[in-house]
Design a protein. Structure first.
Length: 318
């Protein structure tokens, strides 16, 4: 099969079709999305080597559960051991022995075929097209914020970062009735949220403002976003940190101590609620799609995805 691999260099090459275990399903990938984490892996994040990619929708071609065969599915990316205390609590994403699709010790979905445990798979409703289903993983990550911190309709919340994840987080938080302000650098990206009735401002305007926020979500993917969040969080406020960075980040911890700031790391979320948001039309990610590439042009797709100002690039596999 054709696959996009990374071993210090990005390549489109032939790889053996994966072999499923008795607990897994063999999935033919229909469409996959390039995200910020993939870009960080190219810079050395997680020291990953293998087939990249974790956002996908595909068809089950083989599984020991025959009811899954032929179904269109998405899959949760964390694969736990199933026996540790975290897995028994339903927290496979924190399993110390986990593998992570296209990120940690498990080949990903930038390929014609992939495998995942059957318990990780969710059937995609007919009303959700492939182009939307690819967004289930990042929408689930956005919903994780609501699972971790209490948000009231009267809250004023800043979301730092106008990339794909920042936009999706802003869309999701806005459903709570809260006053959500998107902070970014790209007017054309912020305009997507503004067309939905949301509010947006530039990083420069946000930095020069004296307004403090009780809750800030940092999703810029850049250490400067963390520094900006610390400078605008109100005493006893909460910073939700969504960004992952390659390399270490230095910060003044004294400001967090003196102002009694809570910091919540936030990663993956539940897929079922994300699918419901897509099925009901409460979230429409289509404005975030910059382009769709054929798998034969996968390397060009990556070049485009890494270009400034680009949102989601999708790859259609055959």
């Amino acid at each position: 099969m054709k696959a996009i691999t990374f071993d210090g260099r990005l390549k489109l090459e032939d790889r053996p079709r994966p072999t499923m275990t008795p607990h897994e399903a063999l999935i033919r990938v229909r469409m996959a999305g390039i995200c910020k984490t993939d870009a960080e892996i190219l810079r050395g994040y997680m020291n990953f080597s293998g087939i990249l990619g974790h956002e996908f929708v595909g068809l089950v071609e083989d599984a020991h559960d025959s009811l899954l065969i032929g179904k269109r599915v998405v899959g949760e990316i964390n694969c736990g051991c199933g026996v540790c205390p975290y897995c028994k609590k339903g927290l496979a994403r924190h399993c110390p022995n986990r593998t992570v699709l296209g990120i940690q010790d498990r080949d990903g979905v930038f390929a014609e075929y992939t495998t995942l445990p059957m318990e990780n798979l969710l059937i995609v409703p007919d009303a959700v097209p492939d182009e939307a289903a690819v967004f289930v993983e990042p929408i689930a990550a956005a919903l994780e914020v609501l699972e971790q911190i209490h948000i009231e309709p009267a809250d004023a919340i800043a979301v730092i970062g106008d990339g794909k994840l920042g936009l999706l987080i802003s869309m999701v938080l806005r459903l709570s009735g809260a006053d959500v302000l998107l902070v970014g650098k790209h007017l054309e990206k912020m305009a997507i949220f503004e067309r939905l009735g949301g509010k947006a401002t530039t990083v420069a305007e946000f930095r020069s403002s004296s307004r403090a926020f009780s809750k800030i979500v940092e999703a810029s993917g850049n250490p400067s976003g963390w520094e900006l969040a610390v400078s605008r969080i109100a005493p006893r406020g909460v910073i939700v940190l969504k960004s992952t960075y390659q390399g270490a980040v230095t910060t003044d911890l004294s400001a967090l101590v003196v102002n009694e700031i809570t910091v919540a790391g936030s990663r993956c979320g539940q897929f079922a609620p994300a699918l419901r948001l897509l099925e009901t039309g409460l979230i429409d990610p289509s404005p975030l799609i910059s382009d769709i590439y054929d798998s034969r042009d996968a390397l060009q797709a990556f070049q485009k995805a890494l270009s400034p100002g680009v949102l989601k690039i999708l790859i259609r596999w055959h």
